[in-house]
Design a protein around this ligand. Structure first.
Ligand SMILES: [Zn+2]
Length: 316
């Protein structure tokens, strides 16, 4: 995550000058001093457009609290593998998420620092290899007390630990979030799972082809997913059976395994591992960023995650 995205700052300045200039020109037609009115929209547009970079700039100068750093060291395997510079950037991303996302407890759930940190850490893990990326979609996270069903009720058929909406909040149950990082080598992490779904929202809906995969590589990616899903169905995969539910679930489960059991995945699913290294620009075994995607792996088409276009929900 960048403190300042040059293109958006430039667009803000241009818009402020154009709108302010237009208002000033109209004002001048009425009375000479009315031209000063152009300052008002210019100031408002600059204030709104530069607010987030300013907040990020201030946060970047503030250290993450020591207890949060200690929690990351203990619970997030990627964090201790990073060198000092990369760790600083990871902590900065965590702070940006904590500051910019809203976290709300439902039905009496108390939103603790650990719950918030658990989600922020997941986002920082997914974005670490791609500093130009932002998480797409809503910036609202709801914590439920128990598993829920399609209608968000706790009932006998409640089976969901989390749900990602293309145009709505990310819902996570508090117990599953706590479990996510409690055993960070079990390839079962609802935070990584639901946040991974966010990458999969595009015009085609959640289809297991992340929206950042270049169109030219989408076919390769889909055939890789089909082959790997067959392995899951035949019991010859390290991915848990839920990965065979749908291509979108395959991607989310694969991301969990990629970050929590990278050595095992690299041994047992070399092609899939290589594709995910290329996608995330990161080797989770070492914490090293990989700048150049493998030639036979799916590549990405852009350095920026864009917002969702269609309405699709994906649950876990
Ligand atoms: Zn899912």
């Amino acid at each position: 995550m960048r403190i300042v995205r040059r293109s958006s700052v430039l667009a803000t300045i241009v818009l402020a000058l154009v709108v302010g200039g237009a208002v000033a020109m109209v004002g001048l037609q009425v009375r000479p001093w009315w031209g000063l009115l152009g300052i008002v929209p210019t100031t408002i547009i600059l204030g709104v457009g530069l607010w987030q970079p300013f907040r990020r700039w201030r946060l970047a100068r503030t250290a993450l609290p020591a207890d949060a750093r200690a929690w990351l060291r203990t619970h997030v395997p990627l964090y201790p593998r990073l060198d000092a510079d990369a760790r600083d950037r990871f902590e900065r991303d965590v702070q940006f998420i904590l500051d910019e996302y809203s976290f709300e407890g439902v039905q009496g759930v108390v939103v603790t620092d650990v719950l918030r940190l658990s989600v922020a850490a997941g986002a920082a893990v997914l974005l670490h290899g791609r500093p130009d990326w932002e998480l797409p979609g809503s910036r609202s996270v709801l914590f439920y007390p128990h598993r829920f069903n399609d209608e968000y009720y706790d009932s006998a058929d409640a089976a969901y630990d989390g749900m990602a909406h293309q145009q709505g909040p990310i819902i996570l149950t508090a117990p599953s979030v706590k479990d996510s990082w409690a055993d960070s080598g079990d390839a079962d992490n609802v935070v990584l799972h639901e946040l991974a779904h966010l990458f999969d929202f595009d015009n085609e809906g959640a289809d297991g082809v992340p929206s950042l995969v270049a169109p030219a590589s989408a076919g390769n990616w889909q055939s890789l997913v089909r082959r790997e899903m067959k392995r899951v169905r035949r019991g010859r995969s390290i991915l848990r059976p839920y990965a065979a539910e749908a291509p979108s679930e395959f991607f989310a489960v694969a991301v969990e395994t990629f970050f929590e059991q990278p050595h095992r995945m690299a041994r047992r699913h070399e092609e899939l591992f290589t594709a995910l290294v290329a996608f995330f620009h990161l080797d989770p075994r070492t914490g090293h960023r990989t700048a150049t995607p493998q030639s036979d792996a799916p590549t990405v088409e852009t350095d920026q995650v864009t917002g969702p276009d269609a309405d699709t929900d994906v649950s876990r």
